[in-house]
Ligand binder design. Structure first.
Ligand code: PGA
Length: 250
């Protein structure tokens, strides 16, 4: 049985004092949750969040990293740096990074490999645009993105990759994929992994849904056969709302 993993993606929001207050408020509300809870916070919140989340159920992740360990890359942060302060997870290839910061399948693959080299668990985002969906290309897009993101990884690394299926038209728009559509897209991603790494490994990979997840739709989404939790943007900025998503079956 795969566990459910619910990750918040704060994007470019929350100052350190807000982050600490959030984590202090969230910790007691999720302490008995069955799902794993991760908050992916801005770089400037990482250290404060890690300290505040110590001895709680909440794990801390970053939202991006560079693939090199160090060097002349002004403004970048490496996986080695994240690991050095105790970060455990890192989002890679979010659609906003692909759209605004020129990330592509090749840089995503390099970052995923570098994450594993530094013992970080990558949360790799894949997803189609509305145009791609309407022209019937969604499945091809997301399976190709998945294949290229995982290229060259060992079976063990594939097993430990979290994939977030995030249809771009559903991110921040209030439009959610139906539970059936999201579940089918995630099945297609799992089949692609099975094709390349075998069914046993595919059965173990955590594949989340992301795109306007909120307390009111979490239960329906997460009780499907293949959706293993969510990557939550807007609704992860409010303690009560996010706690309800984590405790979706309560
Ligand atoms: P949203 O964002 O929940 O605000 O739609 C999800 C994401 O971008 O990860």
């Amino acid at each position: 049985m795969r566990k459910k993993v619910i990750a918040g993606n704060w994007k470019m929001n929350m100052l350190p004092n807000e982050a600490m207050a959030f984590i202090e408020g969230l910790a007691p509300l999720v302490k008995d949750a069955e799902a794993e809870v991760i908050l992916c916070v801005p770089y400037t919140d990482l250290f404060y969040s890690l300290l505040t989340a110590q001895d709680t159920k909440i794990k801390i992740g970053a939202q991006n990293m560079h693939w090199e360990e160090s060097g002349a890359y002004t403004g970048e942060v490496s996986g080695k740096m994240l690991k050095s302060i105790g970060v455990e997870y890192v989002i890679i290839g979010h659609s906003e990074r692909r759209q605004y910061f020129n990330e592509n399948d090749e840089t995503v693959n390099k970052k995923v490999k570098a994450a594993f080299d530094n013992e970080l668990n990558p949360i790799v985002c894949v997803g189609e645009t509305l145009e791609q969906r309407e022209s019937g290309k969604a499945e091809e897009i997301i399976t190709t993105q998945t294949k290229l993101a995982l290229e060259g990884l060992s079976d063990e690394q594939v097993k430990n990759t979290i994939i977030a299926y995030e249809p771009i038209w559903a991110i921040g728009t209030g439009k959610t994929a139906t539970a059936d559509d999201a579940n089918n897209a995630i099945k297609a991603i799992r089949n692609e992994i099975a094709k390349n790494y075998g069914q046993n490994i595919a059965n173990e990979v955590i594949i989340q849904y992301g795109g306007s997840v909120k307390a009111s739709n979490a239960k329906e989404l997460f009780n499907t056969t293949d959706i293993d939790g969510g990557l939550v943007g807007g609704a992860s900025l409010k303690v009560e709302e996010f706690a309800k998503i984590v405790n979706y079956n309560a």
